[in-house]
Design a protein around this ligand. Structure first.
Ligand SMILES: [Fe+2]
Length: 386
């Protein structure tokens, strides 16, 4: 996050002695990105964070590709992804390229007997259904319907769910995830015309500090493998930290829509960015107010980006037969647009209740075998007139 935050106890000066009550030392750790050039935080552990005890094993979690060079538009019925008890087992990669994985998950149980760390990718977890608590080494964040949880790579975390009824839309990004540059000033502050500001961003609270030794299992995702490592110290051993690199939450319901007299393009919905894709929020809003305006989007060619829309709630004006939990994939290179009748239906409408998350990737996405299990294979012909 491009602002400074501090939680727990830290010494007056960085890189100086910092003693615990019993006179022993805290152990400082720099938690940084992009070598020493990106955002970073300094953490102060009550136990050394380096005490690897065992490497138990590893398994591949690489997505199995069904269509590598995809030219078809797809509709995926996301709620058909079967619920699974375990958080990691439940994560099904449906679309993938070398920059990101797009994942659907319906976990039923909290992560009880292990911790998780993704060393390669930042994660954005969008909460479609469910409430609970994201517990991290840097503090906790409560989550509920509509929250984006942004978790930087390397963060050790657990997910606590209140019930078994959870639906998550997850983007794993090998590129750092930032707030849009166009909305930041040269100090990093979000500008007045930004659809959200720092006040809308929820920062970790409730730092859990365990001064415990034992056997602690961390499942580490690295290079498409899940590696099980046992540490001798509790992974939540941070007594305090400060800096810019930390997990945070932002609710889609706090995204203020930008509207115009005639149709405005998707960049006005932009919420996060990387140098390889953007994430946009389509939220309830007033429609265009020119007397002759057409609220439905015009046909458009994503010449060099794939467009993924995850439908969350409300009425999706431009599509027929779309329900919450569905994903539409409109691949680069061919035009798409409103379904037959949708443009005409939209004229004269004054507002929409639609809620959706969009991911536009610059590199093409490959369709996985998991996606094919929930795919509507005829969607690509859905623009044919009767
Ligand atoms: Fe589109």
């Amino acid at each position: 996050m491009p602002f400074y935050h501090q939680l727990g106890k830290i010494p007056h000066k960085r890189h100086t002695t910092f003693k615990k009550e019993d006179g022993s030392y805290h152990y400082e750790e720099l938690f940084g990105t992009i070598g020493f050039d990106g955002m970073s935080s300094l953490m102060y552990h009550v136990q050394r964070p380096t005490q690897v005890k065992e490497i138990l094993g590893r398994k591949s979690v690489a997505p199995k590709i069904s269509e590598k060079n995809n030219i078809k538009s797809y509709r995926l019925k996301g709620f058909q992804v079967a619920p699974e008890k375990d958080f990691l087992d439940s994560r099904k990669i449906v679309l993938t390229n070398s920059d990101c994985n797009i994942i659907l998950a319906s976990p039923q149980q909290s992560t009880e007997d292990y911790f998780y760390k993704n060393t390669d990718a930042d994660e954005v977890i969008f909460i479609h259904k469910g409430t609970g608590k994201l517990r991290t080494m840097m503090g906790n964040l409560d989550f509920k319907y509509g929250d984006y949880l942004v978790i930087p790579r390397g963060m050790i975390y657990k997910m606590d769910f209140d019930t078994e009824d959870n639906r998550l839309f997850i983007v794993e990004s090998y590129r750092p995830i930032y707030t849009p540059k166009k909305y930041r000033n040269w100090f990093g502050q979000l500008l007045e015309h930004s659809p959200y500001c720092e006040r809308d961003i929820r920062i970790p609270y409730e730092l859990e500090t365990y001064d415990e030794k034992g056997d602690f299992l961390i499942k580490i995702k690295k290079q498409d493998e899940l590696i099980e490592m046992v540490y001798a110290q509790h992974p939540f051993s941070v007594a305090g930290w400060d800096g810019y690199n930390f997990p945070y939450a932002f609710s889609i319901h706090d995204f203020e829509p930008i509207t115009g007299r005639v149709h405005l393009p998707p960049p006005i919905h932009q919420t996060f960015e990387t140098d390889a894709f953007v994430i946009c929020s389509f939220v309830p809003r007033l429609y265009d107010y020119h007397p002759e305006s057409i609220p439905a989007p015009y046909n458009h060619s994503n010449i060099d980006s794939d467009e993924v829309l995850y439908y969350v709630d409300g009425d999706f004006m431009s599509r027929n037969d779309i329900e919450p939990g569905h994903i539409s994939l409109h691949p680069a290179g061919i035009p798409h647009g409103p379904h037959p009748g949708a443009m005409e239906r939209s004229i004269g409408k004054t507002e929409t209740e639609e809620l959706a998350v969009m991911v536009d990737t610059f590199k093409p996405l490959m369709v996985t075998e998991e996606a094919m299990k929930i795919a509507d294979d005829s969607y690509y012909k859905s623009w044919l007139e009767d």
